[in-house]
Design a protein around this ligand. Structure first.
Ligand SMILES: NC(=O)c1ccc[n+]([C@@H]2O[C@H](COP(=O)([O-])OP(=O)(O)OC[C@H]3O[C@@H](n4cnc5c(N)ncnc54)[C@H](O)[C@@H]3O)[C@@H](O)[C@H]2O)c1
Length: 430
């Protein structure tokens, strides 16, 4: 394939789309960005300066570009959750292949409509389930496919969202209200995990699901005694000293995810001054509000249990505000087990040992890969490479996330949320 031979339009030129474009253009050298769509002029400026998109091919709305007909091979769609449908369908109807961020959409009817339109127009539509591409999870998949643990009987996963990430994305961040972003916490954060459960156990399909959870801990009633409404305006030093969500250490001194909290300033986070940050936190920035009073309507903990058609089972636990962030997994099979913590990059394969009546253990270490291979335990890079390969007509990897193969995980999320709301067991196929 020629360098930059795949032409792409970036729709929604935010954090995620730029991660993929960066991989495709500069690391893999297989993508050329020929046009960009984003209502935010700053983002378009970045696309011009960083990816060399011609000024006349930068658009604040998609209609002008769509009116030109199909001008590229694919779309990298990195719009926020609530815009996926309206930004995906018109491009698919013109025959653009598409890399579409997760969650695809928040309901089954729209999901199936997008799939139908992609199929009708012969489009490759790939979902950004980046974790499947992380060497850690890929190793698990390959181990299961090789038969090393026999058939999965039970899978247990957890997603512990660290307290800083929880605050910046979910408690004070842009996913804090399902009523605004369209996604429940399970959909926004753990459609990856439920996708993994389906993918790792895909010799069968989900049959029934139950779920419990709620917004029970990060609530106004649980704010520290005497807490104000904004850390930097009416909350005392004494109260803030004992509060894990105080903005001074979390946002000003450490700021682990700087691309989120300063978005509302309209400035690139790499250019904003400390004074501007403080001023925003004191006045209009939602991240300056007391975490306990930030008005979110998503859950802060949820557990999902699934029975598959072959009677194997799975449980996923998701918690906001954890001390140590991370994802863990334990799969017990008919011939052995796999256990690991993705954040520590450590995986164990254990098999029965007849000689000792105990077990053998192999350890796999993925730690050194993390620095080199980028975000999501190395998944971002692998995903983009697979997308380019599929567009070039090559055989996709074992991690490939076609729309077809992403449906079960998404529907499982819809069913789990329904089960939690209704307090009942829900059939996967209704
Ligand atoms: N795969 C993952 O693990 C992962 C991780 C984080 C976020 N995400 C998902 O990626 C998506 C993007 O998240 P982000 O944090 O990069 O968002 P972002 O806010 O940084 O970027 C979204 C961009 O879309 C633009 N936009 C808004 N309306 C638009 C429209 N109608 N047409 C074109 N552009 C429009 C915004 O101005 C913004 O620049 C979300 O769906 C999010 O859930 C996925």
């Amino acid at each position: 394939m020629k360098i930059g031979a795949i032409t792409a339009v970036v729709v929604g030129c935010g954090d995620r789309a730029c991660v993929y474009a960066e991989e495709g253009v500069f690391s893999l050298k297989k993508i050329k960005v020929v046009a960009a769509v984003d209502p935010d002029e700053n983002r378009l400026k970045y696309m011009r300066e960083h990816f060399g998109v011609p000024a006349k091919m930068c658009f604040t709305g998609q209609d002008e570009l769509l009116a030109m007909g199909k001008i590229a091979d694919c779309v990298i769609n990195g719009t926020m959750d609530q815009y996926h449908k309206q930004t995906a369908i018109p491009f698919l109807e013109q025959g653009y292949h598409m890399l579409l961020e997760k969650p695809i959409v928040n309901n089954e009817a729209d999901l199936m409509e997008i799939k139908r339109i992609a199929d009708e127009h012969g489009c490759i539509l790939m979902t950004c389930h980046v974790l499947r591409f992380a060497p850690f999870y890929r190793k698990i998949k390959e181990t299961i496919l090789a038969g090393a643990i026999g058939k999965p009987i039970s899978i247990q996963t957890s997603e512990r969202v660290g307290y800083a990430h929880s605050s910046m994305s979910y408690i004070r961040g842009k996913w804090r209200k399902e009523s605004e972003c369209g996604s429940s916490l399970l959909l926004a954060k753990c459609c990856h995990d439920l996708d993994l459960l389906c993918w790792l156990n895909n010799s069968t399909v989900p049959d029934e699901v139950s779920s419990f959870g709620g917004r029970d801990f990060i609530t106004p009633e649980n704010a520290p005694d005497g807490a104000g409404t904004r850390c930097l305006t009416d909350c005392s030093e004494e109260v803030r000293r004992n509060c894990i969500f105080d903005v001074t250490p979390m946002y000003l001194n450490n700021c682990l995810l700087p691309w989120y909290p300063w978005q509302c300033t309209g400035k690139d986070y790499r250019e904003i001054s400390d004074e501007e940050k403080i001023d925003s936190l004191k006045t209009y920035n939602p991240h300056g509000v007391c975490a306990f009073k930030a008005g979110g309507d998503i859950v802060d903990h949820q557990v999902v249990s699934i029975k598959f058609a072959n009677s194997s089972t799975a449980v996923h636990t998701m918690v906001l505000g954890c001390a140590k962030p991370g994802r863990s997994i334990w799969i017990s099979g008919t011939r052995g087990e796999i256990e690991g913590r993705a954040d520590d990059g450590i995986l164990f394969l254990r098999n029965y040992d007849r000689k000792t009546s105990a077990y053998t253990e192999q350890k796999f270490d993925f730690c050194e890969l993390y620095g080199e291979t980028g975000g999501h335990f190395g998944g971002d890079k692998g995903l983009m490479a697979d997308f380019c390969d599929v567009l070039a007509g090559k055989t996709p990897s074992v991690s490939y996330t076609s729309i077809e193969d992403s449906i079960n995980g998404h529907v499982l999320v819809y069913r789990a949320d329904e089960a939690m709301q209704k307090g009942t067991v829900v059939k996967f196929v209704e």
